[in-house]
Design a binder for this molecule. Structure first.
Ligand code: BES
Ligand code: ZN
Length: 608
């Protein structure tokens, strides 16, 4: 209005028209670009301004582009790089010893822009029609099935391979692979064609992953109550691969050790690892690909969820592995150890520039993420959890969602305060130590429970000590595998009354070791657990959790002798005295270091 009064010429309204298009683009040279507005004339771009730092290019047009639809045509060249990101070359050796190259993509998080100019932010979804022109003696794979393969008219050594249109999807999930591979194929019970591509001559080594994938797809279809939406899924072993595996929709890429199993020479741990990685990437086909995070801030949910459900899936397909015990001994204890350091960070972190995105693929996102989802699943119960998951996937399928959207669906399904509980675990770093004491009152047991922050560097009496909303479950010696009572500790301390429990019965907190906290029992409570350790009625995961808590408490206790005595009494119940002594000595020596060690870099939180 002021401009009008002063007679200043009206500025162009950027919401109605522009003469520039800004795209993500890195290590690419644009040769020509043009824009054809719907029903209008083609306009050739006259300038390409590269903002290399920001990995962007601005296409400048000589006349205005009106608001509305149109098509943008770009001719460009890039290099098949050796950086294992974008569109890159992967070297392999043929059975006769010759070196050859395959061409492979790896786009997550922000490297699709190295293969073609695009908008590769997760919330910008599009369908993709991909055609590849390749040497005729190679195979080409992409997200979708091949719909046409014909000779390329201009060069008879080449063929043109056209793939079906993808569903609407984020660009970081697009993939293509060109190379020489063998494969094994099967059909899952829900009608999806599954292929495992291996190096030439090693098809046998794809059979185990094929079995895992064909069992896994129906499991997820049933668990989510949503079918896998594509007609096929390929799993392919890539010779040079930076990550462990990548969940590209319909074409999952793996490092060779995460997919191939030599049937004659492999150990149980290799098979378990392949099963977990396949379970993880196939879970993303729903959680991540069908419903995608709004922005990389929610990456922890994508990865934490997949890192939890991979165990649920493997436990279902291979119950003989007892895989949850491995979860406790690997992810859970690792997350507790790292998150007790002063330089840990909250699960949810703000991310801006692409360089910040890589930093958050760490053990806090993966292992703590998986551990708090496991605790949440236990707090809600499987039935309501599945109901909430189904509502979430249906509501946001082919769209994007945030962490809060999932909490809302789970809250509706369970009637429990999910957002409040989970915010305390994802928005603040660290976790509590739960201090427990008990008294017998007639046939009742009265528990005094309190929480304070657990720090590897020793107890702290900060005034503003954080609090968590802690789901606590309790079991008794009557049935150590069954939860007798559940409480939500939402304040610094509380008292819990458990009725009808005989004075000689023991009581344990956190059966199954699902809560993301450590426990410090009073001496009498700890001693009462000794028979359960000795006669093995306490489950392996419970003994593991107990031992791990004691071990870490030894690090932080002021009165070392007293703590050492307590621990020796408990560990003494385990029939392996030499081992116990070695563990104790180790714990004592580690303690010395934790007091002098300062860790400065977030990458010490176990970057992958
Ligand atoms: N989406 C990730 C792969 C990824 C990680 C791409 C970092 C780009 C940057 C994939 O789903 C994943 O989590 N892979 C894991 C293996 C998994 C079994 C924990 C990996 O690569 O370590
Ligand atoms: Zn993942």
């Amino acid at each position: 209005k002021l401009a009008k009064e002063l007679g200043i010429m009206k500025q162009p309204d950027p919401f109605k028209w522009t003469n520039q298009i800004v795209m993500n683009c890195a290590d690419i040279d644009i040769i020509t670009a043009s824009f054809v507005p719907e029903g209008g004339e083609e306009i050739n771009a006259t300038g390409f301004n590269y903002q290399n730092e920001d990995e962007k290019v601005t296409l400048c047009f000589p006349s205005i582009l009106q608001k509305g639809s149109g098509s943008l045509k770009i001719d460009f060249v890039g290099e098949l790089n050796d950086k294992m990101k974008g569109f890159y070359r992967s070297k392999y050796t043929t059975p006769s010893g010759e070196n050859r190259y395959a061409a492979v993509t790896q786009f997550e998080a922000t490297d699709a822009r190295r293969a073609f100019p695009c908008w590769d932010e997760p919330a910008i979804k599009a369908t993709f029609d991909i055609t590849l022109i390749i040497p005729k003696d190679r195979i080409a794979l992409s997200n979708m099935n091949v719909v046409d393969r014909k000779p390329y008219p201009e060069d008879h050594s080449l063929v043109e391979v056209k793939f079906a249109t993808t569903p609407i999807m984020s660009t970081y999930l697009v993939a293509f692979v060109i190379g020489e591979y063998d494969f094994v194929e099967s059909q899952s019970s829900d009608g999806v064609t599954v292929r495992v591509y291996t190096p030439v001559g090693k098809a046998e080594q794809g059979k185990f992953a094929l079995e895992v994938a064909t069992k896994t797809l129906p499991f997820y279809k049933d668990y989510f109550s949503v079918p896998y939406p594509l007609p096929k899924i390929d799993l392919i072993a890539i010779a040079d691969f930076a990550a462990g595996a990548m969940e590209n929709w319909g074409l999952v890429t793996y490092r060779e050790t995460a997919l191939l199993i030599d049937p004659k020479n492999s150990c149980a741990s290799s098979r378990q690892w392949v099963a977990l990685v396949v379970g993880h990437e196939l879970a993303h086909q729903w959680f991540g690909n069908l419903v995608t995070m709004e922005w990389w801030t929610h990456l922890w949910l994508n990865e934490g969820f997949a890192s939890w459900i991979e165990y649920l899936c493997v436990d279902h397909c291979f119950p003989e592995y007892d895989i949850w015990t491995q979860f406790v001994s690997a992810d859970y204890t690792r997350a507790l150890d790292l998150d007790a350091l002063d330089n840990s960070h909250p699960i949810e972190v703000d991310v801006g520039h692409p360089s910040e995105v890589d930093e958050i693929f760490d053990a806090i996102s993966y292992s703590k993420g998986a551990s708090v989802i496991r605790m949440l699943h236990n707090y809600i119960g499987d039935e309501d959890f599945r109901k909430g998951m189904n509502a979430y996937l249906l509501k946001f399928q082919h769209k994007n969602a945030s962490t809060e959207d999932l909490w809302e669906c789970l809250e509706q399904a369970s009637g429990k305060p999910i957002a409040a509980v989970m915010n305390s675990w994802t928005k603040q770093m660290g976790f509590p130590i739960i201090v427990v004491d008990q008294e017998q009152h007639g046939s009742d047991r009265v528990l005094k429970i309190s929480q304070k922050k657990f720090c590897a560097s020793g107890p702290r009496n900060d005034e503003n000590c954080p609090n968590w909303m802690v789901p606590i479950s309790i079991c008794t010696s009557e049935d150590p595998s069954c939860t007798k009572m559940k409480v939500l500790l939402d304040q610094p301390e509380t008292t819990v009354n458990i009725t009808n429990i005989a004075p000689d019965h023991w009581l344990k907190i956190n059966p199954g070791t699902v809560g993301f906290y450590r426990i410090q029992y009073s001496t009498t409570m700890l001693e009462s657990l000794l028979p359960g350790i000795r006669d093995l009625t306490l489950l392996p995961v419970d003994r593991l959790g107990l031992q791990n808590d004691l071990f870490s408490l030894l690090h932080k206790q002021a009165d070392m002798q007293e703590e050492k005595n307590r621990i020796e009494r408990v560990l003494g119940a385990i029939p392996a005295p030499d081992l116990i002594q070695r563990v104790l000595n180790f714990a004592l020596s580690v303690r010395k270091y934790t007091h002098t060690l300062t860790v400065e870099n977030r990458s010490d939180c176990g970057n992958f």
